[in-house]
Design a protein around this ligand. Sequence first.
Ligand code: FE2
Ligand code: FE2
Length: 398
Amino acid sequence: MKRRILFVDDEPNILKGLQRSLRPLRKYWDMTFEEGGKNALKVLEKGAFDVIVSDMRMPDMDGPSLLKIVHDKYPTMVRIILSGHSDREMIMKTVKSAHQYLSKPCEKKVLVTAITRSCSLRDLLNQKALQKLLGGIETMPSIPSLYGRIMKELKSKGASASSVGDIISKDMGMTAKVLQLVNSSFFGMPRHISNTGEAVVLLGIDVVKTLVLGIEVFSKFSKKTLSVISVEKVHDHCVRTGIIAQNIARVEKMDKEKADNAMIASILHDIGKLLLVEYYIDDYKDVIKIIQEKRIPLFEAEREIFGITHAETGAYILGLWGLPENIVEGIAFHHNPSKNIGRELELCGLVHVAELMEHHEQSQPGTWSKLNALDNEYVERLGLQDKIPLWRDYIQRK
Ligand SMILES: [Fe+2]
Ligand SMILES: [Fe+2]
């Protein structure tokens, strides 16, 4: 079925330009071009759309206000904002209501890729099985409180490494856990880190806040789930996967932001398991039984029982908590990155390879020549065959 896409801008010339350059996509997309937010809302009332791409500054109704209404009225639509460079402050206002931000002028290829990728992520997360499963949960877990406070602080004007460190340090239990983790052999720190402010300076706010989120989520679920899976083992696996993913990103000379994002997505990549165990403990016992009987990977057994896996479940909840789209995508596709349309090594690919390397290192340290459960289609598409042994050598040397 064709995707229905609505483009909104106050300048008719921009709309005409878009219409001209996107004409070859008419086979796949049903496109509508509207002048201004009010007209866009009228069109939306007449029929459903999959995607809205809106300009930021428009006289009748600005992009953030339009996307806010779209978010409330049509929550499953993909919302993309196009903005000029001077709009940073306004971008912050839309943090909640846009899935993607693209800067103007936007190359056609970038725009097409952003729309296509967001649609495939939405398809994955809008699956009936997932909706049914999570719709059955009366109260969805809310965003953990300390993480929520850090996010609030980061949105305020005076936010800094030390103010974030301060918030964490007021919680003694969390401080102890963060410092224990940061000083563990996983991170290989050059010296002992003695306070959270220092951890924030060395690792960066984004990584530390993810560690906090990970610790909060994992500790919240620990009691009930202990009988079925070891929460501690899953957490360790996630953190170690994060470090491996970050190292791969470094070998590939990716920028710091991407390396950090690889770590962040990895630290959170398996939290869907906790959610499934927490709410569907008996069904999860069946998952474990099937794995032992049929000797299939965990995610395949989950699919047999639930119709979905912990990857989509985790991505869904993190999306609800407002984590960035690229992190959510990295988690959603971490077992089968070839299902994602990218042709570059993306977060889902980094998490995928890193988690398999981690599993392998834990079960047969230093012995592997081939990774089990590797998404071969992805490896071939990206030509990673020769790179994986190099990554392994680099990580083993560390
Ligand atoms: Fe997984
Ligand atoms: Fe994993």
